[in-house]
Design a protein around this ligand. Structure first.
Ligand SMILES: Nc1ncnc2c1ncn2[C@@H]1O[C@H](COP(=O)(O)OP(=O)(O)OP(=O)(O)O)[C@@H](O)[C@H]1O
Ligand SMILES: [Mg+2]
Length: 362
């Protein structure tokens, strides 16, 4: 199948970005500029337009200070046909349209973009919730069924916790049924995904030049076979804590580098490398699933990386049909170069100064 290309990105009232439509060619577009220019905001806007997804803590932070709504639009080209994806966000609200028709989150194309950024290192150093979110977000993009089950499971946990807190423990059995059915299926799906992902991540970590083996292991609080029993066994503890203490919502994805837990021992650059290996695995899995490579968004390509790892990113960007890469310096070998400054993105023109003056005066 022909690859999806982002031909244009439009934004309005999006953080510090000046309202504009930017055109992008196939291949690598490099965007560079000073700290605070708006490079990350642009990639964040592109990711939102392409996937409908954001991990902003609150939607209103995406809206330019003083405005009520922000809007992003991606014009996509695939195999001779055009399509338009639009997302509007306001306080606690998000609307998405594909070709002018309103769609719900689950109906959006899921494999169209992967976003790689320095903050991904938090996957290594941060708490289990971040890694669970990474895993679930990816699984939800690979399987709409998983997305649906996860939403239902999370709702069941919330209802059960509310019942535990309120002391209405006589109804717990009903919640347990739901929890066990959905939770067991989620565990099995996660196990399968982690086993495939750990192969890919270890391969990618080695390709990045790391001499240490990267291990991924799903640490579960229970198993599909013992979930029901564990819920009953720990009921006393649950009642006193007012929370469901076992189940896939408590899983962790343990990362090890060589013989040590990565969270405690990895250096900054090693953590970024591990995160890169995970993101590349995400790209690999999406590519496998949708038979076409996603658009790659790479933020701050040089941050904390040594030359060999930078080279890996260079080659990765060049290996997909389209990539947008930002940095505080120019990205070598780009098809388009834009200079970011105060929310504006302008092509770099390398005309001799006297020619620029002439064109203004004549
Ligand atoms: N809702 C908002 N309204 C107005 N300005 C905002 C909003 N959210 C963020 N900004 C501003 O946008 C600016 C650009 O942020 P951004 O993270 O895109 O910079 P950057 O070019 O990626 O910088 P760096 O090189 O440091 O990563 C920041 O100065 C920030 O204060
Ligand atoms: Mg940035």
């Amino acid at each position: 199948m022909a690859p999806v290309l982002l031909t244009a990105l439009s934004t309005l009232n999006y953080r510090n970005l000046e309202a504009a439509t930017l055109s992008f060619p196939a291949g690598v577009s490099g965007i560079w500029g000073a700290n605070g220019a708006g490079k990350t905001n642009l990639l964040e806007a592109a990711y939102l337009a392409l996937t409908g997804l954001t991990d902003a803590p609150r939607l209103e932070v995406l809206v330019r200070a003083g405005e009520r709504e922000a809007y992003v639009r991606a014009d996509l080209f695939q195999g001779g046909s055009l399509s338009v994806m639009e997302t509007g966000v306001g306080r606690g609200r998000r609307t998405t349209k594909v070709d002018g028709v309103r769609v719900r989150g689950q109906e959006l194309p899921r494999g169209s973009a992967v976003w790689i950024r320095p903050e991904d290192s938090e996957l290594v150093y941060g708490g289990p919730a971040l890694r669970r979110h990474f895993l679930d977000a990816l699984l939800s993009r690979l399987s709409p069924r998983h997305a649906q089950m996860l939403t239902r499971y999370e709702r069941s946990v919330a209802q059960r916790n509310a019942a535990l807190k309120s002391g209405e423990n006589w109804g717990l059995g009903v919640f347990d049924e739901n929890l066990v059915t959905l939770g067991s299926e989620i565990m099995l799906l996660r196990r399968r995904a982690v086993s495939r992902m750990s192969e890919l991540a270890a391969e990618n970590n080695a390709a990045l030049g790391s001499q240490k083996f990267l291990g991924l292991e799903l640490v579960e609080t229970t198993t599909p076979e013992s979930f029901r029993h564990d819920l009953t066994r720990r009921r006393g503890e649950e009642i006193s804590r007012g929370a469901t203490v076992v189940g896939p919502h408590r899983d962790d994805l343990k990362l090890t580098l060589g013989d040590f837990p990565a969270a405690d021992y990895a250096s900054r650059g090693e953590a970024r490398t591990i995160a890169l290996a995970l993101r590349k695995a995400e790209l690999d899995l999406l590519r496998e699933r949708y038979a076409e490579p996603p658009i790659l968004l790479i933020d701050d390509f040089s941050a904390e990386l040594d030359p060999q790892r930078r080279q890996f990113l260079l080659e990765l960007a060049a290996s997909v049909p389209q990539a947008i890469v930002t940095g505080t310096e120019a990205f070598p070998g780009s098809a388009l170069e834009l200079r970011a400054s105060a929310g504006r993105f302008l092509p770099e023109l390398e005309w001799p100064e006297h020619l620029q003056v002439q064109s203004v005066t004549t």
